[in-house]
Design a protein around this ligand. Structure first.
Ligand SMILES: O=C(O)[C@@H](O)C(=O)COP(=O)(O)O
Ligand SMILES: [Zn+2]
Length: 211
């Protein structure tokens, strides 16, 4: 099986897994994957992640031009910007996962780092999570706003919208997005309670050990 055929099957299986577990809904969310030759496969606009067709996935050439399949997600420019800023990125995941969206709406979160270091796994998979100011979905200005943050952060949270996470593989990007969602859920569960987060020394040690 060719690299591209495997990548198409991987995108379809990942979309179905995320959708079936309620991590995104209706036709929300979009996924992309970079192939060895620098071209991209992306989910089409208005497609349910639960019912993707491998033959209809959108293909973009290395310059970001749509060259095959259905019209790409309206966030294609946002995905391309994440790859531009992160040369090791091989996949980008954007979801409307409920708890992450809920946190993105809170008035009192720190826009420089939205979630506290509650667990080691969160620090290892996500690290710091900046909030990108609100723009309407598909607004090209979103790429500029994300661009400034993406070189330093592989995960960002779009205000009143949802997470965008890059990874060195689709599996890595998906695991990080799921960890972000679970940590957002814990954060909301613990709100109003006195909690112990990891200390700055504990966070620094995790960064030393797990990069
Ligand atoms: O929130 C939106 O409209 C988009 O960011 C989204 O999640 C789904 O849009 P398409 O990928 O264009 O279907
Ligand atoms: Zn969206």
């Amino acid at each position: 099986m060719s690299e591209e055929a495997r990548a198409r099957d991987n995108l379809v299986a990942t979309g179905k897994s995320l959708f079936d577990r309620g991590l995104t809904f209706g036709s929300t969310g979009n996924l992309s994957l970079r192939l060895d030759d620098g071209s991209w496969l992306m989910t089409p606009t208005n497609a349910s992640l639960g019912a993707l067709d491998p033959a209809r996935l959108s293909k973009l050439d290395p310059e970001g031009r749509h060259v095959g399949g259905d019209a790409p997600t309206k966030e294609a420019f946002l995905h391309v910007e994440m790859y531009r800023q992160r040369c090791d990125a091989r996949a980008v995941v954007h979801l409307h996962s409920t708890h992450s969206v809920a946190v993105s709406v809170l008035a009192d979160i720190d826009p420089a780092d939205v979630l506290p270091p509650i667990t080691a796994y969160y620090v290892m998979r996500v690290g710091t999570l900046p909030l990108v100011p609100y723009y309407p979905p598909g607004d090209p200005a979103l790429a500029g706003a994300v661009s400034a943050l993406a070189s330093r952060h592989h995960a960002v949270l779009l205000a009143n919208h949802g997470p965008v996470v890059a990874g060195t593989s689709l599996e890595a990007a998906t695991h990080a997005t799921e960890e972000l969602e679970e940590t957002a859920r814990l954060f909301l569960l613990l709100r109003g309670q006195a909690i112990r987060t990891l200390t700055p020394d504990q966070v620094a040690e995790l960064r030393r050990r797990f990069g």
